[in-house]
Write a protein that binds this ligand. Sequence first.
Ligand code: FAD
Length: 469
Amino acid sequence: MSTPTSPPSTPAGMHAVVYGGSIAGLIAAGVLSRRFERVTLVERDRFEDGPQARKGVPQAQHAHSLLTRGLDILGDVFPGISEDLKAAGGLIVDMTEHHAWCMGGVWLPRGRIGLDMTCQSRPLLEWVIRRRLQALPNVRVVDGREVTGFLTSPDKARVTGIRLQAPGGGPEETLEAHLVADASGRGSRAPQWLEALGYPRVEETHIHVDVRYATRLYHRPRNFEPGWEILSLSPRLPEQPRVGTIQRIEGDRWLVMLGGWLGDGPSTTDDADFLEFARGLPQPHLYEALRNAEPYGPIHHYRFSHNQRRHYERMPRFPEGLTVVGDAFCSFNPIYGQGMTTGALQAQALDECLRQGLDGVAQRYRRQVGQLLSTPWTMATSGDLRFPQVEGKRPPGYALTNWYGDRFQQLATHDLEALRTFMRVMHMVESPAALGSPRMLLKVLTTRSPPSSQAHAPVPMAIPRNQAA
Ligand SMILES: Cc1cc2nc3c(=O)[nH]c(=O)nc-3n(C[C@H](O)[C@H](O)[C@H](O)COP(=O)(O)OP(=O)(O)OC[C@H]3O[C@@H](n4cnc5c(N)ncnc54)[C@H](O)[C@@H]3O)c2cc1C
């Protein structure tokens, strides 16, 4: 990533437009502000000056964890942003020391492994990033404007700007740009607009999972010191399709998420139904923590039908001047918490592609992103494909990979080195190849792992730092 003082790689006077002012758009605009003289961010919603949920991001009521790699990239683009987040009430926690995690029926050890993740509401995260972007002198934020199509060169080989208007109608305006970044989320209409311009329709891969989320805020009980900031009960797939987490967030509140695959999840806004679902999780700890806690607001639901990957990298023709970032390119089952980090990785890829200048950037970028998406896509969908009901192509060696992954996971429940490797891969700071290094392979094949914990086994305590190898 370039530093704030490195010269722009595009000639003077260059203007970039990003549309979609959510996480991917904000980070992309931050990156572009270092490479272009002017950047305009266009968002359909009106922004409040504060951490407010808004219509264009309905998922914002639900838990959003930023993985270590995402936090690192965010810190590169907006130096010191972790401090802003903490000052606003968010927490930065160690992934295992502060996180009690029962994975597939076994509690993970609680030794510090040096991987930070954030705990805050999604509106707070977005607001903290937006404030930093708005403070940049060469960035203009235009809210309350919907992008309705592209401007192009006469031969349609280049996107030269956008059309926009107030949501719901009004006079059309235009905005010219040397580069346009679509960050309008999974409902992006770029595929249709490109088709109308004479380009082939982008191929899409969908993997249907029908994941249900139900989320509610609670006051953190004052007389309850559980020794964790996050509690996660993750199932062993596919036998147990239910998941639950409690995450401490700003305002000394708990954000409680319950959900499941294949249509399983609390389906009503009824208190008793929510608690009953929590009681049905394989371990009692989340229910026990919750049953004396006081709810703070309504139960919010979200239904995520399918993983969606748009293969822009495969299009035989694609216009110059256009890039696609974030969920508009690829959106994953949110249970794996990869979306924002992958959006940040794409913004980083855009920065790298711009190092070689503006010429050909659209082609370089879509190919690079096509490659970088393979890892998070495989990580998310290989879990989903464990359900026999989930349709989709199982890659060659899928059964063997799952067997090895299960053995590795078992090893990680009692071996801190394996746990650290596992978490570094999950947090995208290390390649999945690290799981198969000769040292790890030997350990996986020769170590006998203990049996699963009893359902009522107590939550393990954090290992003191001087003992966590
Ligand atoms: C229930 C749920 C939980 C999740 N949990 C996590 C998690 O724990 N960790 C994680 O990393 N990710 C999580 N995600 C994924 C995460 O929300 C997204 O990956 C992330 O928001 C980045 O998306 P985005 O910025 O590309 O698009 P979005 O967040 O969908 O935002 C799109 C933006 O574009 C605007 N827009 C749309 N059309 C137009 C237009 N025509 N003109 C102008 N503006 C427009 C919208 O108003 C909106 O602001 C979760 C998702 C869901 C559904």
